[in-house]
Design a protein around this ligand. Structure first.
Ligand code: UD1
Length: 375
């Protein structure tokens, strides 16, 4: 009897890498229920909780990024890379995968590099419109490169590129809750327009400061807000709200576990321009104002945002102008029904609906071909 497909999925660090990885794994399982999938992540990072919660086993590598400010600390990083490569080799020898998928983030570097060197086919998925360093290095040896934006041949060999879009969690598309039910869950009123503020999976300082600086305007607006602060900022914000007074029309939380409910409740979304957030907004056709993070590699969020802004599919506020302009702009836009519906229509036109399935098909093709050649 033929052996079941065995596939490694590697990467993580933030929700933006982990959620697509889980979606790809789920799509592989639905196409090949017998497939065995093993994740490889980075010690202490978000994937070590989120991946087991999604029902998959995960192994950890002691990998982290280079410290660009304290150069001496990088001696320890070099040692960790060396150790991670050795561990990746052992994991691959034990698990005997037929293909390896990298979704970006620290762990995918050593894992895919070693897999490639051991002759195992590799596929990388680049979520952003500007390729990350790890993926650029891995591209030389990768068999397939799945991307979400046009023009990625600037970074990758053209013949390996497949335009699939970013996989989005299934739950977001299967949501059956009405806007009214979702609003009730947040303790908000059905008759009022609602703005959802999300700062990526970790929260965004600038979005938080923009809310704190505009509490009076928010309170008087007749619009209600769902505000995700991020875990790191939450305690400080609660203290500030105690001092300044929390408006009744402002729901505050550190992290939203059920994003499908938050999107169902929202008439307008203010968001960082992380790749997964953008793909979700496209699929759901949500009018959005994007405030790209200036603190990410090669300013890739600005490039993600501009890909939409160029097609009138989203509005854009620069990070350093957000505290002054963002809330005022949001309150104007949400009262402009024509603007909202044009933004919603244009962003929906940029959606990819079957990304996870298409990527899973490519991974399985590589794995099946490897198994046939080997047997
Ligand atoms: C700060 C940083 O380095 N961000 C990068 C990170 O994304 P990061 O994880 O910050 O952001 P993304 O927008 O890609 O993904 C956020 C994900 O978290 C979910 N979510 C968010 C808030 C919440 O309360 N609950 C929740 O479930 C969103 O629905 C989405 O699925 O990787 C992305 C993909 O390479 C990059 O484009 C981002 O620039």
């Amino acid at each position: 009897m033929r052996e079941e497909l065995r596939i490694i999925v590697s990467g993580g660090g933030t929700g933006g890498h982990i959620f697509p990885a889980v979606s790809i794994a789920n799509a592989i399982k639905s196409q090949h229920p017998e497939a065995e999938i093993l994740f490889v992540g980075a010690e202490g990072r978000m994937e070590m909780q989120r991946v087991p919660a999604a029902g998959y086993p995960i192994k950890a590598l002691p990998i982290c990024g280079f410290d660009r400010k304290h150069l001496l600390k990088n001696i320890a990083v070099l040692f960790k890379i060396w150790k991670s490569r050795r561990m990746a080799r052992k994991i691959i020898s034990d698990f005997r995968p037929m293909a390896a998928v990298g979704v970006g983030g620290y762990a995918s570097g050593p894992t895919l590099n070693v897999a490639g060197a051991m002759g195992i086919p590799t596929l990388i998925q680049e979520q952003n419109s500007y390729a990350g360093v790890t993926n650029k290095l891995l591209a030389k040896r990768a068999d397939k490169i799945c991307v979400a934006y046009d023009g990625m041949e600037r970074f990758f060999p053209k013949e390996k590129i497949i335009l699939t879009g970013n996989p989005v969690r299934q739950g977001l598309l299967e949501n059956t809750k009405s806007r009214e039910e979702a609003l009730a869950d947040f303790g908000l009123l059905p008759g009022l327009k609602t703005v959802l503020l999300i700062g990526g999976s970790l929260g965004a300082r600038t979005l938080n400061e923009s809310v704190l600086a505009n509490l009076t305007a928010i309170s008087a607006s007749g619009v209600q807000f769902i505000w995700q602060t991020g875990g790191y900022y939450f305690a400080h914000i609660q203290e500030q709200l105690k001092l300044k007074g929390q408006p009744d029309n402002l729901f505050v939380t550190d992290f939203i576990a059920k994003m499908e409910d938050a999107y169902a409740a929202a008439d307008l979304v203010i968001s960082r321009a992380g790749a997964s957030s953008i793909s979700e907004l496209c699929l759901l056709g949500k009018p959005a104002i994007l405030v790209p993070s200036p603190n990410v590699a090669e300013d890739h969020q600005t490039k993600n945002a501009l890909a939409l802004v160029d097609k009138q599919a989203a509005l854009y506020v620069k990070d350093d102008e957000a505290v002054d302009k963002l809330i005022g702009l949001a309150l104007n836009v949400i009262r402009d029904a024509d603007k909202l519906s044009a933004l919603g229509r244009n962003i929906k036109a940029m959606a990819f609906t079957d990304s996870a399935d298409r990527i899973a098909e490519e991974v399985c093709k590589l794995a099946v071909a490897y198994r046939e050649n080997r047997d």
